[in-house]
Design a protein around this ligand. Structure first.
Ligand code: GAP
Length: 539
């Protein structure tokens, strides 16, 4: 579940180093990413937090369009979970929880990153990331060799054979694997000294100072803490939750009993989580305050792998239904597992900086409920009437970051489209049900009764759809403005509307326009932009 927990970290090492090869290697992708970040700000999607005070690292605010897109993502997830499944119910637990919860969950002792400082630059790094970046360099070297050979041999090039037989590729590969093995072992054994030794042995230098003047490697707990209660009464150290899942576990009995839930059943929750990330980079990909959508599905012991397979498939279908491109998703099944898990996979999405984890699906056995029983001293068992026995349920967890989902949708929707007339338009091809504004209603000119007619249409539509009245600037400029925020339809009210009650409807992606009766606009929108149509794809 927690990538930060030591053993799970090691398990992901190979994957991350593969991903890292994509990072910072492709200038075009880097430029594109910068443009996407700038676009998010310019059009009211994402702002750096506390910007007038020069910002707060890895914390972001969502603007007028961002909050709509984010809410639509959450609604898509929430309805898919709690509305389409009769046996999944919701929960909204508090951010502050009893501190012993984080003892029981393992976060106090093990939710750590290994950090290292460079004495010359005074910069702090994650030791594991430094080593993974080094592993990625070998991957880059191998890929460069392969690309060179592919160019040289053309169509007759057999990549698989080349990778298996070319001496230079083999040499890089063997060095890479040697490093990876040493690194995995150090992570698995929580051997901080060995991590430092690897950094020294492989001549890994600080990217700022260029020196190897490293401190020891130390464990750094990622949880934020604060004090609850006034000091005169005696205060208690509490944590800002680093995941929403524990709120579900500690409410398992409350929900099961009051909702008369029978296993198998799930509890879904959306909420903020906080992690004091050491390396916070890539915009809203890795934040210190972020939001999660988590669902814990409680099953009979012994049936968990069947349900794991089911949820793995169900969750990928949810992603793909958005139509962002099936080729942009892949599973990453974990080879090595955290001690409490018996299966785990990530759904990765092709971001501008490579394939990255967006969602984790984990078979967590009865680890959390069992530990809460132990630490609280309260019995947390389910009586199964069919089996006539009590047991601690097993759990399948699906856990997705709202902000990462936002980034994947936003980044893959962004296009700088070359038009036939030589101009470029920036368009966000957002899935229509997620778009902040579903339709912009525009009077062609600001006179002759057209604004009033357009306002009438807004008033008729606004109970069902988020629509926007837009009368400023030329019609062409208004189209561009709506394209840039991903509005699927622009409806123009013109003089003909006054005569025959028709309007023009312009499609964002094709830019095609057609004339339809104003009275039909609602049914067109209902078909094209409603969440219902998207949800129907899931069943
Ligand atoms: N309860 C399981 C859990 O928290 P995780 O893999 O640590 O597992 C789940 O996190 C998801 O939360 C990730 O797949 C990612 O989408 C999101 N996430 C984790 N850390 C994040 C961060 N610092 N910033 C943004 N999203 C994050």
């Amino acid at each position: 579940m927690h990538l930060k927990i030591w053993k799970a970290h090691a398990a992901t090492g190979k994957r991350r180093s593969k991903q890292n090869k994509n990072i910072n290697t492709n200038m075009a992708q880097e430029d594109l990413f910068k443009k996407i970040v700038a676009h998010a700000k310019e059009y009211g999607f994402v702002f750096p937090s506390s910007e007038i005070y020069d910002g707060l690292s890895a914390v972001y605010d969502y603007g007028q369009n961002g909050v709509e897109l984010k809410n639509n993502i959450k609604r898509y997830w929430w309805d898919a979970m709690t509305q389409l499944n009769e046996n999944i119910v919701g929960l909204d637990s508090a951010i502050f929880m009893h501190p012993t919860i984080w003892k029981a969950s393992g976060h106090v002792d093990a939710f750590n990153d290994p950090l290292i400082d460079n004495r010359d630059s005074k910069k702090r790094y994650r030791a594991d990331v430094l080593i993974e970046d080094e592993i990625a360099k070998y991957d880059d070297k191998i890929n460069k060799e392969v690309a060179k050979a592919a160019k040289k041999f053309g169509d007759s090039f057999d990549e698989k054979l080349y990778r298996e037989t070319n001496p230079r590729v083999q040499e890089h590969l063997s060095k890479r694997n040697e490093l990876h093995e040493r690194y995995s072992k150090a992570m698995n054994d929580m051997n901080l000294e060995e991590l430092r030794q690897i950094i020294l042995d492989y001549d890994i230098v600080c990217p700022i100072s260029g020196t190897k003047n490293w401190t020891e490697v130390r464990q750094f707990n990622l949880m934020f803490s604060t004090e609850m209660g006034s000091t005169s009464e005696g205060s208690m150290k509490v944590y800002l939750r680093p995941e929403t899942a524990q709120g579900i576990f500690v409410n398992f009995l409350n929900v099961q009993k009051t909702g008369r839930m029978r296993i198998p059943f799930g509890i879904a929750q959306i909420g903020k989580a906080f992690r004091n990330e050491i390396v916070a980079r890539q915009f809203i990909f890795r934040m210190r305050e972020f939001e999660q959508m988590e669902m814990q599905f409680f099953v009979r012991p012994g049936e968990e792998l069947k349900w794991f397979a089911k949820w793995k498939e169900t969750r990928l279908k949810w992603h793909k239904a958005l139509g962002l491109g099936d080729e942009k998703y892949r599973y990453h099944d974990h080879e090595k597992l955290a001690h409490y898990a018996n299966a785990a996979t990530d759904i990765e999405f092709l971001m501008p900086f490579g394939f990255k984890e967006v969602e984790g699906i984990h078979s967590r056995t009865n680890f959390d409920l069992g530990n809460h029983e132990k630490f609280s001293g309260k019995k947390i068992q389910y009586f199964d009437p069919e089996l006539n026995q009590s047991y601690t349920p097993y759990v399948i967890e699906t856990s997705i970051g709202v902000d990462r989902m936002f980034l994947s949708v936003f980044a893959s929707s962004y296009e700088e489209e070359k038009l036939e007339n030589g101009e470029t338009r920036v368009v966000l091809h957002l899935p229509a049900p997620l778009a902040p504004i579903k339709a912009a209603i525009m009077p062609l000119v600001r006179k002759d009764g057209l604004p009033e007619k357009a306002q009438e249409l807004v008033d008729a539509l606004k109970f069902d759809f988020k629509v926007q009245y837009d009368e400023k600037d030329s019609i062409g400029k208004r189209y561009r403005r709506q394209d840039a925020i991903g509005t699927p339809f622009c409806i123009t009210v013109d003089h003909q509307t006054l005569e025959d009650g028709t309007v023009t409807i312009r499609h964002r992606d094709s830019m095609q326009q057609e004339r339809i009766p104003a009275s039909e606009v609602a049914s067109v929108l209902d078909k094209e932009v409603s969440m219902k149509e998207l949800l129907k794809k899931l069943v």
